[in-house]
Design a protein around this ligand. Structure first.
Ligand code: ZN
Length: 285
């Protein structure tokens, strides 16, 4: 699944291609989108803003509508010049938005809905900007409050809750726990207040540090980009613990552990020496 930083980059690239420009064409294979377009034609409107909210990508139109798409495992947005050859078969096309310079194509986008402003405000599942780690409106106090409300859950699981904080995927979950020295299997209730703050601050810092500028007119794909959470430039040395089970911890040399965690059975990596449980117990890995 693409992580929040990938969706953020996609939103940036789509924003550069679409924002402020007159829409010259709109097509979709989804009946609800075409019906919306029949009632309130997008042709002649402009795109006012493209933003990411966690794993959602929102395209706001000047007529007041917002196209909300979620990529899940399969979807992607590509940007092409007119007449440029598409990198995916036509049958994978779900949505096309065109202006005089660019053609944005949503391929195999599994979730797409057109929302009016009041519907967007009410839409459950689309995180508000205040809890999106990559939003300028990110509010760490609000996120800390939401995190503390999950007192009985384990820290690493809560970092994945998109309704607590949006944008931290499974890779950064382990990395944030390592950087803050917090054991991923600790209950939220066992954390000191300063540790809660550190989790939120480091989540934002690490995810933001991985967002790099893309050139504006190239094709955006989901082919795995290298993530960087350490300060080293060697690609193999780019993560602290994620994917490194059995290898020595970069801080203490102890073996990095791996274990399946949580209701969704996601993999977690950690160092037992650098990330002790506050009660001294040991989680096997
Ligand atoms: Zn260590």
């Amino acid at each position: 699944m693409p992580e929040g930083d990938t969706i953020f980059r996609t939103a940036r690239a789509l924003g550069r291609a679409l924002t402020g420009k007159l829409i010259t064409g709109f097509r979709s294979t989804y009946p609800l989108l075409t019906r919306f377009n029949d009632d309130t034609p997008l042709m002649g409107q402009t795109v006012e803003q493209v933003e990411s909210r966690g794993k959602w990508l929102l395209i706001h139109f000047s007529g007041g509508g917002t196209l909300a798409t979620h990529m899940l495992m399969s979807g992607s947005w590509h940007i092409y010049r007119p007449r440029e050859r598409w990198q995916q078969p036509r049958m994978n096309m779900r949505i096309v938005i065109e202006n005089s310079e660019y053609c944005a194509v949503g391929f195999r986008v599994p979730v797409a809905k057109m929302l009016k402003p009041q519907e967007l405000a009410r839409a459950t599942g689309i995180p508000p900007p205040a809890i999106d780690v990559l939003s300028e409106q990110f509010d760490w106090a609000e996120v800390s409050r939401r995190l503390l409300a999950c007192a009985d859950e384990q820290v690493a699981d809560v970092l994945l809750h998109q309704e607590v904080m949006a944008g931290v995927g499974n890779v950064f979950k382990s990395e944030v726990c390592f950087v803050t020295g917090i054991n991923p299997f600790s209950k939220v209730a066992s954390l000191e207040r300063s540790q809660v703050t550190a989790l939120v601050v480091e989540s934002q810092r690490l995810v933001a540090a991985n967002v790099l500028e893309d050139s504006g007119d190239t094709i955006v794909t989901y082919s795995g980009r290298r993530r960087r959470t350490t300060h080293e430039s060697d690609p193999g040395a780019s993560l602290w613990v994620y994917g490194r089970d059995g290898e020595p911890c970069r801080r203490c040399g102890e073996r990095v552990h791996r274990r399946i965690q949580g209701p969704d059975a996601r993999v977690t990596f950690w160092c037992q020496r650098c990330q002790p449980m506050s009660d001294g117990s040991i989680v096997d890995g």
